[in-house]
Design a protein around this ligand. Structure first.
Ligand SMILES: Nc1cc(-c2ccc3ccn(Cc4ccc(CN5CCCCC5)cc4)c3c2)n[nH]1
Length: 241
């Protein structure tokens, strides 16, 4: 999978050279390229922004500069991801969908955002454009949101994560529940012991205990996820709610 990131702060993305994503690049699983938007400016000041039509505070990023950058970077069939506070909230489902793309181009806005015609232009040209938020809070730009989404997508690329099984059971997985609590050695710490069932070696009981803890946790912290459960899935947890 090829991932391109366009930003006026390309160094912000250098953290991607570390750990999981860094290893994937070395192993050729991920072709990650970071670009400086200012490379597509033509003036001496390398201007990427201007005042907003209709007035209002701050500056807006120019469509012409973004158009030159995206035209050069986006491959046929590639998808455009535009982080924005006004987007659909990014979820594991989006990560799964994005992981099947041949190329993703992340357009990192700054200032008050990118001229709306950029997304409109590429949609009209038949490009899949996803305007995505990573949560209901306002960041200073799209770089951090892109890092979050790239990590969530990259770990789903086959061969990325050592133990693919760990991708199945996790929170926000197919079960639609939060994850159960996890424990490791020592069995007793700070006067706290781990639940006996986890020492029993009784796999069915352990699986049941984990399901129950996941349901409890989800009901307490994310009632919205309980409400969203498909009744057909409930028998997977063999619990009548
Ligand atoms: N999940 C999430 C993603 C982002 C994100 C993503 C991309 C950019 C690009 C710029 N910013 C900063 C920014 C965006 C919007 C405003 C308010 N808005 C401006 C237009 C007129 C109305 C009011 C203020 C500052 C970004 C912020 N934040 N949170």
């Amino acid at each position: 999978m090829r991932v391109d990131v366009v930003s006026i702060f390309p160094d912000y993305l250098s953290v991607l050279d570390l750990s999981l994503v860094g290893k994937a690049r070395q192993r050729g699983l991920l072709d990650l390229r970071v670009h400086d938007l200012r490379d597509w400016t033509a003036d001496r000041h390398r201007t990427v922004d201007d005042t907003p039509f209709g007035g209002g505070a701050g500056m807006v990023m120019r469509p012409d500069v973004w158009g030159l950058a995206i035209d050069e970077v986006l491959e046929p069939g590639g998808q455009l991801v535009v982080p924005t506070p006004s987007g659909e909230v990014f979820t594991q489902r989006h990560a799964e969908e994005l992981a099947s793309a041949g190329q993703l181009v992340f357009a990192c806005g700054r200032y008050e955002g990118i001229d709306a015609r950029v997304a409109e232009h590429y949609r009209a040209a038949g490009v899949t454009v996803r305007e995505l938020s990573i949560g209901d809070y306002v960041l200073n730009g799209g770089e951090v949101a892109s890092l979050v989404m790239i990590e969530a997508v990259a770990r789903l690329v086959p061969g990325m994560v050592g133990n693919p099984e760990s991708l199945v059971e996790e929170s926000h997985g197919a079960a639609g529940l939060l994850e159960y609590p996890v424990y490791t050695k020592p069995p007793s710490w700070a006067g706290l012991d781990i639940p006996d069932v986890l020492l029993s070696g009784h796999h069915a009981r352990i699986a049941r205990w984990r399901r129950d803890r996941a349901l409890e946790r989800t009901a307490r912290r994310r009632p919205d996820m309980i409400a969203a459960l498909d009744p057909a899935d409930l028998d997977k947890h063999d619990v009548a709610l």
